[in-house]
Design a protein around this ligand. Structure first.
Ligand code: NDP
Length: 327
């Protein structure tokens, strides 16, 4: 019998999940739930859309509920709310608030006897796993994470809020020289400015003061002031044509020394280059949805992160197949 998956929240990630489930023979997508009027939400396939009010009444038809809401305000409420009733998976990515989110979700999932997998994706998610593996192996070393080249939704939104800006897209770009220094085991101590640059493509309202907009972007505290930022003004058509995608990616590195006197250098590097951030994130979510279901079938419950999941739970292969083809 296939694993019956449902999606709550139909944005970029929700659409990505719809595609990702189709690539997994052991899963079927039973429904999409939204807080909006279902009649206004058009899915990519013919999967049915329901209002979230109907979710609890369909409990016996769903094995895993994948929460595709936003990390800022949706997931802090939704994950704990539904972990009482369903095995759930979310992609909560506000790193500083993960411990708080974990505690809330853990209580709810234990109450309901369900498995709740939080902060699944690529960062947090695959990058976190690679940081942990590298740290466990190279005990004497340094960690580095670089993001990009990719679109930062939060930074793009921040630019859009400036008066006179019609639309904008912001790319985070790793500084190549810094990456090279790390790969060469130079153990650089890097400032924020030395690790990433920011490139902005901005559509200004007609008659807006572009110099003033550029100044406001470059001096914006937290978002841009600590980075070397480039601003390009382009037309709406150019933005649509050249910047419609949601690419992302990055690098997790750990360099370390071994030997009696630390005479040998080692570099561990994991990298991702993603054409579509939400579609890739959804692929990670499907693998962990499988794990959540299996772990719950075995009697486990409570909140889990990628650190708590043995790799074999993620795969559709049998243990024998894994040992003969992947080990
Ligand atoms: P979106 O803004 O596209 O969607 C968020 C929610 O907004 C949806 O679930 C949907 O809820 C609602 N929504 C979407 N479109 C509309 C619309 N046209 N009108 C009104 N409401 C709408 O966010 P993403 O899907 O891009 O990202 C979700 C989260 O995923 C992010 O907040 C991010 O934190 C996380 N993420 C995590 C990653 C990781 O590596 N861990 C990587 C990438 C993303 P509803 O249907 O109920 O209205």
């Amino acid at each position: 019998m296939s694993i019956r998956v449902a999606i709550l929240g139909y944005g970029n990630l929700g659409r990505g999940m719809e595609c990702a489930v189709k690539q997994n023979d052991d899963m079927e997508l039973v429904a999409v739930f939204t807080r909006r009027d279902p009649a206004t939400v058009k899915t990519l396939t013919d999967v049915k859309v329901y209002n979230v009010d109907q979710l609890l009444s369909m409990q016996d038809q769903i094995d895993v509920l994948v929460l595709c809401g936003g990390s800022a305000t949706d997931l802090p409420k939704q994950t704990a709310e539904y972990a009482k009733y369903f095995n759930v998976v979310d992609s909560f990515d506000t790193h500083a608030k993960i411990p708080e989110h974990f505690a809330q979700v853990d209580t709810a999932a234990k109450e309901g006897g369900k498995v709740a997998m939080i902060s699944v994706g690529w960062d947090p998610g695959m990058f976190s796993l690679n940081r942990l593996y590298a740290n466990a192996i190279l005990r004497d070393g340094s960690d580095y994470t670089f993001w990009g080249k990719g679109v930062s939704q939060g930074h793009s939104d921040a630019i859009r809020r400036i008066p006179g800006v019609k639309d904008a897209k912001q790319y985070t770009i790793p500084v190549e020289a810094a990456l090279e220094a790390v790969r060469n085991c130079e153990n650089p101590v890097l400032t924020t400015r030395q690790k990433h640059t920011r490139e902005c493509f901005v559509v200004a309202e007609e008659g807006a003061d572009k110099a003033q907009i550029e100044e406001q972007i470059k001096t914006m505290p937290n978002y841009f002031a600590d980075y070397d930022t480039t601003v390009h003004f382009i037309t709406e058509e150019e933005l649509q044509r050249d910047h419609a995608g949601i690419p992302h990616g990055g690098f997790v590195l750990r360099t370390g020394k071994t030997g009696l006197n630390g005479e040998h250098d080692h570099v561990i590097e994991y990298s991702l280059k993603l054409d579509s951030n939400p579609e890739f994130t959804s692929c990670v979510l499907t693998a962990y949805a499988r794990a959540a279901y299996r772990m719950n079938q075995e009697g486990q419950n409570g909140c889990k992160t990628v650190f708590d999941v043995a790799p074999a739970y993620l795969s559709t292969l049998t243990p024998e197949e894994m040992r003969s083809t992947l080990l």
